[in-house]
Design a protein around this ligand. Structure first.
Ligand code: FES
Length: 224
């Protein structure tokens, strides 16, 4: 894990931002960067996920950014933290599941999936704009059907919604047993793997793990 200076270059209407930083600090899809505003005495870092790379360098973040941050804000960055998504090179039918939020944290996977000529279905609750035309959109109620079609799935959800996902997939054991799937579990990360605070713990079937150290991306079967 590294530290570096970054800068918030631009804020967008959807609450995302363009962050300029050294290339090695750019988080892979699913990884997180921890940021402190330079000059601020806020005790906790802000977790920043990438959404898309940016042609002028750095990356576009997933929303939201803290309301007090403005363009030009210097940032002290630490990361990238944790394991991101790993797209299997052989995957040709890819499901992206924005379980409870906008799909911003999954969009970095679209260009990777297109590079390997995969079909992509995005599953989510809301209407999504700015998606490449090749991405098919399905509602959340189609989740089990899309999972049985896919050969890889990437899911993004908050820790408090894990049980909802388990309920939606109840009875689909045959599908989830053969599906290669990973889940980004979002939770507060106050120490960001520095002090073993335990705030980011997630309970698995017979165990618990730290999202900041063991995640934030986990295998779906670990979580079910
Ligand atoms: S945030 Fe403190 S242990 Fe994960």
């Amino acid at each position: 894990m590294k530290t570096a200076k970054g800068k918030l270059e631009e804020l967008y209407l959807d609450g995302s931002a363009r962050i300029h930083c050294p290339p090695e600090m750019i988080p892979m899809p699913g990884q997180v960067l921890l940021a402190h505003a330079d000059g601020s005495d806020a005790p906790l870092p802000v977790p920043i996920f990438s959404s898309l790379s940016h042609p002028q360098g750095g990356f576009r973040s997933a929303p939201p950014m803290p309301a007090s941050w403005r363009p030009g804000q210097l940032l002290n960055l630490r990361g990238p933290v944790g394991h991101g998504f790993i797209l299997p090179p052989a995957a040709r039918k890819i499901a992206l599941v924005a379980f409870d939020d906008v799909p911003a944290r999954l969009l970095g996977l679209v260009s990777l999936a297109l590079k390997q000529n995969a079909e992509i279905v995005l599953v989510g609750k809301s209407e999504f704009s700015d998606l490449p035309e090749v991405v098919e959109v399905q509602p959340l109620k189609a989740l089990a059907e899309v999972f049985s079609w896919a050969d890889y799935a990437a899911v993004d959800l908050a820790r408090e919604n894990l049980n909802q996902m388990r309920e939606r997939l109840a009875g689909q054991e045959q599908v989830t047993a053969k599906l290669e799937a990973q889940v980004l579990v979002r939770a507060p990360m106050p120490c960001g793997a520095l002090a073993d605070c335990g705030v980011c713990a997630v309970t698995l079937s017979h165990d618990w793990k730290m999202i900041c150290k063991d995640g934030p991306v986990f295998g779906l079967r670990e979580l079910l």
